[in-house]
Design a protein around this ligand. Structure first.
Ligand code: RIB
Ligand code: CA
Length: 317
């Protein structure tokens, strides 16, 4: 069982990742850091509280993350993709009491100190909160076992711009810091996650087997998400589960990914290319070794992905 801390900007695919984490017996979700990204920090935080309440898991601490990128600029949000509240058609109530007594950021460091060399961080939003944690307490962050980040687009086009993926584009300075400084790092970019598709047929099957209030939100939020993706690409057979795909990379599911190891940098001073992720994939380039090298998930096996998701989300264990 893996002890995981999820860093999320709790929109739709983040919520699916959170749901999967709560249902998978291999995952011990010991905390969630919720920051701005798809929506503002307050809504992202409130959404985690709401999902944990639906799951009956209000014992899991929710830590308020960053409100804006390291540059200090105002963030831009994406209601057309994730809905005004971040959960598609759902307008979650505010759990007033827990919301008022929110957990301080120092809770993150306490969780890591109490579980030295046992924690896996999975970051599925902007890299801001993760970078700040490393800036604030590098000694404590050294005790994190491994880190997974959903972000970047290497050979695949971007989704926020022609060349940049949304998480890296949202805070390219933080993304570059994380890619260049965090050891035992795996990046899961669009190259893989655009193929981590859940079709309407699979979503309907999950819906018919749902047996909890948490699972009942899966279909409405993914139907909303699919409407957006179909507007962008009418032929797309389902919705890409970027964040779930990154979480699953942390679980060592046999045959799920093909990886390459490279040095990764992220453009943050470009004229047209901010957020672009860069690694050397030219013919003749080779895997690199050493702490400065990042493992990149470049290809996902769709059959392994879907069958594992079905196993966990249809309670077929
Ligand atoms: O580019 C995909 C990423 O951007 C996902 O994490 C999604 O939730 C959005 O934040
Ligand atoms: Ca996300």
């Amino acid at each position: 069982m893996k002890k995981i801390i999820l860093f999320a900007d709790t929109g739709i695919d983040d919520s699916i990742a959170l749901t999967y984490a709560l249902k998978n017996p291999e995952v011990d979700l010991i905390g969630v850091v919720s920051g701005y990204g798809n929506i503002d920090r307050e809504k992202a935080y409130r959404n985690v509280e709401y999902l944990l309440e639906l799951a009956g898991r209000t014992d899991i601490p929710v830590i308020a993350g960053a409100t804006r990128p390291l540059s200090g600029e105002e963030p831009v949000f994406f209601p057309e993709i994730h809905g005004m509240e971040g959960l598609g058609p759902i307008d979650p109530p505010i759990p007033e009491e827990r919301y008022a007594n929110r957990t301080n950021f120092s809770k993150l460091f306490n969780l890591i100190k109490d579980n030295r060399h046992e924690i896996t961080i999975v970051n599925v939003g902007r890299c801001t909160s993760l970078a700040i944690a490393h800036y604030l307490s590098p000694d404590v962050m050294q005790d994190v076992k491994e880190t997974y980040v959903m972000g970047g687009a290497f050979i695949e086009p971007g989704n926020a711009t022609e060349v940049a993926e949304a998480n890296f584009y949202g805070d390219p300075l933080a993304a570059n810091f994380v890619c260049r400084n965090v050891v035992n790092l795996t990046v899961v970019p669009l190259d893989a996650t655009m193929d981590a598709l859940l079709t309407p047929g699979v979503v309907n099957l999950i819906d018919t087997r749902s047996d909890s209030p948490l699972e009942e939100i899966i279909k409405p939020i993914l139907d909303f998400y699919y409407d957006y993706y179909r507007q962008q690409d009418p032929g797309i057979p389902g919705t890409p589960q970027h964040d779930l795909a990154a979480l699953m990379a942390a679980l060592d599911i046999s045959g799920l990914y093909e990886y390459k190891k490279r040095k990764v940098k992220v453009e943050y001073k470009g004229k047209f290319t901010d957020g672009q992720s860069i690694a050397d994939f030219r013919p003749g380039s080779d895997n690199c070794f050493g702490p400065e090298c990042t493992r990149i998930a470049l290809k996902i096996n769709q059959n392994v992905f879907v069958s594992n998701v079905l196993k966990i989300l249809t309670n077929d264990r």
